[in-house]
Design a binder for this molecule. Structure first.
Ligand code: VG1
Ligand code: CO
Length: 539
């Protein structure tokens, strides 16, 4: 039975960098999730008779909202939903299913690397038919709809068994409950040389952080690639991620880092985030920054079967270091610079202009799906290690010797008072035109602007995407506010210094960036505005 439920619009359902993310308590307000989901359906013009993919990272509220979304899909004329068993799908697996099934799109329930549980975070993101996050014009239409919505439709009768693989029916709509892992694992097997990886007999530690990649990593690494049982750590997805932040960085994946720096280190270490789209790469005795990882993967991708014919181009988000640009230049292929967030890569991938994309925030991926893909990056690294017989450390050091090194760090100031953060950014924007030629210590500003992106494929323009200050000699600092947080503001300060071939390539990162960090504070007044003497997280 289809019921029409009257509702009142919420004003705060604006999708951020990656969907709507809020505290669970916010999502538990009456009709909150339903309003957003109906708003999505209202902007999908061809939903009647269409296929929709549904899944999430398994965090608290996942099952409940999946059940609601299925009932609402049935009431809105959708012909078929494909849903991961138990409501589980990693973000890249959802992207893959959307593409393979010819779906009109999908709902991915996740707050990614944010913590989960009754007092933590939840999120909903809409992906379009290419498998990627909805572009800005679609998220703006959804947001406009959320502010006007006054009713939603839902099928209230009938049972849904999310745990039973196979097809069920609800009010005339087919519900296909699928193994969340199989299609994704098969896809990985078509991209990489599993025989070579298996034959290399490498050892590794993979930290799934009690999040969605556990079952994927066990199937792919331990079963299909023959890594020892126990290679996958924290491999059971938990609703609250065991109380941790499923954020694969040096703070939250500290145990893995310590292991990889110890005498007991296996050949290779990696971790993924809550929804499986991020990756952390740590070789024995060496942490590889995500920006460097992107560059090194691009430089060596031809060693994996899927990329044997070379890359069409490389795209990176603006705050990501320019290391990948140097690889593109050497390969004679184009390099693109986009705003933060995977949604900006979709058009370039669809147009066949790029093959590999990456972000400094531990996101790397290729044209095999339209999301960043944590396990994909791990497998490409493994394929490269197997094909070359080199260690990750060797790959990195040889890379720097050939291209020079972009020393890089991101400083996050979390939970800053929103007004103070806005004031900092406004003041900074206000003085951009005066900065050129000014000196801060030994650093002289060459140019300063607020990044605006002109999408060469559809002509759209995205403004105010972050303030970047370039110093003479190629060093840089970027300031922007996070669009994924759920309380207060997070100020991100991205520091980069290029050291050319023959320079101090093995120097300490903190030391190499000290001048730029000092200049960043002098320029933006970080301490003055935020009252913070030091960042909360350095990655
Ligand atoms: C952050 C990262 C960005 C990433 C986004 C979603 O956004 O900086 O690079 O695409 O998270 O990743 P922000 O606006 O907080 O800086 V995920 O793994 O959270 O879906
Ligand atoms: Co994520």
């Amino acid at each position: 039975m289809i019921e029409t439920v009257m509702t009142t619009a919420y004003t705060d359902q604006k999708p951020g960098t990656s969907g709507v993310r809020k505290k669970v308590k916010v999502f538990q307000q009456p009709h909150y999730a339903e309003n957003f989901i109906q708003s999505v359906f209202d902007v999908i013009e061809d939903r009647v008779g269409a296929t929709l993919v549904l899944g999430g990272d398994g965090r608290f509220l996942n099952r409940e909202v999946i059940d609601k979304a299925i009932r609402m899909a049935a009431a809105n004329g959708v012909a078929r939903v494909i849903v991961g068993q138990g409501g589980i799908l990693s973000t890249p697996a959802a992207s893959n299913l959307i593409r393979q099934s010819g779906a009109i799109g999908g709902l991915v329930l996740s707050a990614s690397h944010n913590p989960g549980g009754p007092d933590e975070d939840f999120g909903i993101k809409y992906n379009v038919a290419n498998g990627g996050p909805a572009p800005e014009k679609v998220t703006e239409a959804i947001y406009a709809r959320t502010r006007a919505i006054d009713q939603y439709r839902v099928v209230t009768s009938g049972e849904i068994d999310l745990d039973r693989v196979g097809t069920q029916e609800l009010n005339g709509m087919a519900i296909e409950v699928v193994d969340p892992v199989a299609a994704y694992a098969d896809l990985m097997q078509t991209l990489f040389d599993f025989t070579a990886i298996r034959g290399a007999e490498l050892t590794m530690a993979f930290d799934a952080m009690n999040a969605v990649t556990g079952p994927y990593a066990k199937e792919i690494l331990e079963r299909r690639l023959g890594f020892a049982e126990g290679t996958v750590r924290n491999g059971t997805p938990l609703e609250d991620f065991g109380g941790h932040h499923p954020d694969p960085n040096l703070v939250h994946a500290r145990e893995l880092y310590d292991l990889m720096m110890s005498n007991d280190a296996p050949d290779f270490g990696a971790a993924s985030d809550g929804d499986g789209d991020r990756n952390l790469i740590i070789g024995r005795g060496i942490f590889i920054t995500p920006s460097d990882s992107l560059a090194m993967l691009a430089a060596n991708a031809h060693l994996a079967p899927a990329y044997a014919d070379g890359l069409k181009g490389i795209a990176r988000s603006m705050p990501t270091s320019a290391a990948a640009d140097r690889v593109a230049e050497a390969l004679g292929i184009p390099a693109f610079e986009t705003p933060t967030g995977w949604k900006f890569f979709g058009n370039l991938l669809d147009a066949g202009k790029v093959t590999i994309c990456g972000e400094e925030s531990a996101g790397t991926g290729s044209d095999h799906v339209r999301e960043k893909d944590g396990l994909w990056a791990v497998l490409l690294w493994l394929n490269i290690l197997a094909a070359t017989g080199k260690s990750a450390k060797q790959i990195a050091e040889e890379h720097w010797a050939q291209y020079g090194r972009n020393f890089y760090a991101r400083h996050d100031y979390e939970g800053v008072d929103s007004a103070a953060a806005d004031a900092l950014m406004a003041e900074l924007r206000g003085k951009l035109s005066d900065l050129r030629g000014q000196s801060f210590g030994d650093l002289t500003v060459q140019s300063a602007d607020d990044f605006a992106y002109h999408d060469s494929t559809d002509g759209s323009v995205s403004s105010n995407q972050g303030v970047r200050i370039l110093f003479e000699g190629g060093s840089r600092v970027v300031f922007r506010l996070s669009g994924t947080g759920t309380s207060g503001a997070t100020l991100r300060v991205y520091l980069e210094r290029y050291e050319p071939v023959g320079g101090r390539l093995d120097a300490d990162t903190t030391e190499m960036l000290a001048d730029i960090a000092a200049a960043a504070d002098a320029i933006a007044g970080i301490v003055r505005h935020t009252g913070r003497a030091a960042p909360d997280v350095v990655t």
